[in-house]
Write a protein that binds this ligand. Structure first.
Ligand SMILES: [Zn+2]
Length: 120
């Protein structure tokens, strides 16, 4: 029995997108309350009845999310260009090796926008 599970995480961070120039709304220093939804997929364990225990998923993912919380993203190694696309890739690079069943990262800066990355 194959299933997909999701778990939502959040972090607060500031950034600025210097390369866009002063007329762009993302140029000045500003912050977001980021929402990150982690999706995993695989076979349900017939003994536990779980694909993965949500507590175990949180134990794996939260330390990586915490590395971004209350930071200025431009100062985080690998995120000098701190778009949601690059944040999704940054998270994938750190999570996939420790969470092989990871199939998708969905990251939102605002309720209206989302970047979805599946490791391609
Ligand atoms: Zn922004």
């Amino acid at each position: 029995m194959k299933m997909r599970l999701t778990h939502e995480f959040s972090f607060e961070a500031s950034h600025r997108l210097d390369h866009l120039g002063p007329n762009h709304p993302c140029y000045p220093l500003h912050g977001h309350s980021y929402r990150v939804t982690i999706q995993v997929e695989g076979e349900v364990d017939p003994v536990t009845g779980f694909l993965i225990d949500y507590a175990e998923l949180k134990r794996i993912v939260q330390p990586v999310i915490t590395q971004l919380d209350h930071t200025h993203l431009n100062d985080v190694a690998g995120l000098s260009l701190s778009t949601t696309e690059h944040i999704a890739h940054w998270l994938w690079q750190r999570l996939k090796p420790v969470l092989p069943m990871l199939t998708q990262i969905d990251i939102r800066e605002t309720p209206a926008t989302a970047c979805i990355y599946r490791g391609e």
